[in-house]
Write a protein that binds this ligand. Structure first.
Ligand SMILES: Cc1cc2nc3c(=O)[nH]c(=O)nc-3n(C[C@H](O)[C@H](O)[C@H](O)COP(=O)(O)OP(=O)(O)OC[C@H]3O[C@@H](n4cnc5c(N)ncnc54)[C@H](O)[C@@H]3O)c2cc1C
Length: 447
């Protein structure tokens, strides 16, 4: 089953090119405001500084689209890559906007209004505040972990600061109105600004409102090994969720969808039954450590499905290799349960790394899946018990090559676990001759 709106493999790179083209168009469109016929007469530095200003503001506008989670736009790349792109482009945009200001300040200071807001036009002060807000925004995002800022608090600040700063930047552009000397250019910029402001309204108001219209109910809370809890959720309107094995959901509990306190979790249940979904959540931090106290009957808000990690985007494989570390087993479990429900007989390998045997989540169910599937289950334990005869230590190339067949060209491989394990596994599979296009990774800490 391929979920509605997800690309097929052959179309993916074409779609990626189209979206990259659209990105470039959105960033360069405002430069049309600088078309010949509107030369300023202030020289190259001035013109260049203005071009930087326009391009920088356009890039900042596109930043909202990048995290708006439009499925069609994120599918060709993977949502994690889009978030990385968002982060690096924010720094580029800030450098560009700062260069706009710096060039003017140090080369043509006489053209700038006084810094004191009492003597400066409001749109110039708006521009300066926007620049300051963007600097705070980027610095806070890059140092969030070092500053030990709680994720949800940071996200709230990020939303407020970015929307306000962008609105102020637009005010600055329209107020300064350089090169906007004809009606059509003013219309172009007004439409451009309205477009990005409506996008912000969509993300902050329309989408939460749509999520709020479709409540879900917690129908089971199951403790698992290794400080993991599985929540079973059912849609109150009993409309099944169509998703592909390996995709994830944004979950909000004990807060309104408007509060933006949602967390991403892989759907661990079988994609063959959308009447409920199961999320297996490991107690790790502020939100996840409260998961065991969730009660049956509580309301949950679910925004799903997302992601391009999964067997259904590679349906023609001759077999699948799964590599999971810790709670990275969640999307793999969904894929295995789905394959079992479909009575799939293709050969499967699961390398499952954990520290301690007693904390290996779902190990009994995995034994059951071995019976239902053509599955080779290879546990890799860092601290094995005395009588352990299986693989031990960290996952290595040697462990992989010991268990994988020599003919691997038709296999597709899915990796989900801690970032260092993911890099080691990718490298090892490459050394073992697996093509990069056959190796897919899901990273849990991309935000
Ligand atoms: C695609 C994807 C699928 C995931 N699937 C699972 C799963 O099946 N099971 C599971 O246990 N974990 C999963 N995670 C990880 C899970 O989302 C985080 O562990 C959880 O959000 C941490 O929240 P916390 O407040 O408990 O931890 P904290 O200690 O507050 O945060 C730890 C880190 O988690 C990230 N994080 C925190 N809150 C959010 C948020 N609201 N949105 C995004 N990231 C956040 C941040 O990078 C933060 O620094 C998945 C993550 C992603 C990206």
């Amino acid at each position: 089953m391929t979920p509605k709106g997800e690309p097929r493999k052959s179309a993916t790179s074409r779609q990626a090119l189209v979206w990259l083209g659209l990105y470039l168009a959105a960033v360069t469109l405002p430069l049309f405001a600088l078309l010949p016929g509107s030369e300023s007469g202030y020289g190259f530095t001035w013109d260049f500084a203005m071009a930087l200003g326009y391009a920088g503001v356009a890039m900042l506008g596109v930043q909202f689209a990048l995290t708006a989670r439009f499925k069609r736009a994120t599918a060709p790349f993977g949502i994690d890559i889009v978030y990385y792109f968002h982060r690096y482009l924010a720094v580029c945009a800030l450098v560009i906007v700062f260069a706009h200001y710096g060039l003017l300040r140090w080369n043509v200071p006489g053209m700038l209004a006084p810094v004191d807001p009492r003597f400066a036009p409001a749109h110039m002060t708006a521009g300066r505040i926007a620049l300051g807000a963007f600097i705070v925004l980027v610095v806070l995002s890059l140092t969030r972990r070092a500053l030990r800022l709680e994720y949800d608090n940071w996200r709230g600040m990020h939303a407020v600061l970015s929307s306000t700063a962008f609105a102020l930047a637009l005010w600055h552009v329209l107020g300064a109105a350089h090169y906007l000397d004809t009606a059509w250019k003013q219309v172009l910029w007004a439409v451009f600004g309205m477009f990005w402001l409506s996008l912000i309204a969509y993300v902050r108001v329309v989408r939460p409102w749509r999520i709020a219209r479709r409540p879900w109910r917690v129908t089971e809370v199951r403790p698992e090994r290794g400080r993991v809890h599985t929540l079973r959720l059912e849609p109150v309107d009993r409309r099944p969720l169509q998703f592909a094995a390996g995709q994830f959901a944004w979950l909000t509990l004990r807060a309104s969808p408007f509060a933006m306190r949602e967390h991403p979790f892989s759907i661990a249940s079988s994609a063959e039954c959308g009447m409920f979904i199961e999320l297996s959540i490991k107690e790790l931090g502020d939100f996840t450590s409260t998961i065991g106290s969730v009660k049956v009957g509580e309301t949950a808000w679910v925004d799903a499905p997302y992601g391009t990690f999964g067997i259904d985007l590679r349906p023609d494989a001759s077999g699948y290799v799964f590599i999971a570390g810790g709670i990275g087993i969640a999307p793999v479990l969904s894929m295995l349960r789905t394959l079992a429900d479909r009575q799939d007989r293709r050969p499967l390998w699961l390398f499952y790394g954990n520290r301690i045997w007693e904390r290996v989540a779902f190990r009994e169910e995995l034994d059951e899946l071995v019976r239902r599937l053509d599955l080779r289950l290879i546990h890799v334990l860092q601290e094995p018990p005395a009588e352990w005869a299986g693989e031990q230590g960290l996952l290595t190339q040697e462990i992989l090559s010991r268990h994988l067949p020599t003919e691997r060209s038709g296999l597709e491989c899915f990796i989900c676990g801690p970032t260092p394990m993911t890099y080691i596994a990718e490298l090892a599979l490459g050394n073992l001759g697996m093509r990069a296009s056959h190796v897919h990774s899901e990273i849990f800490d991309w935000v």
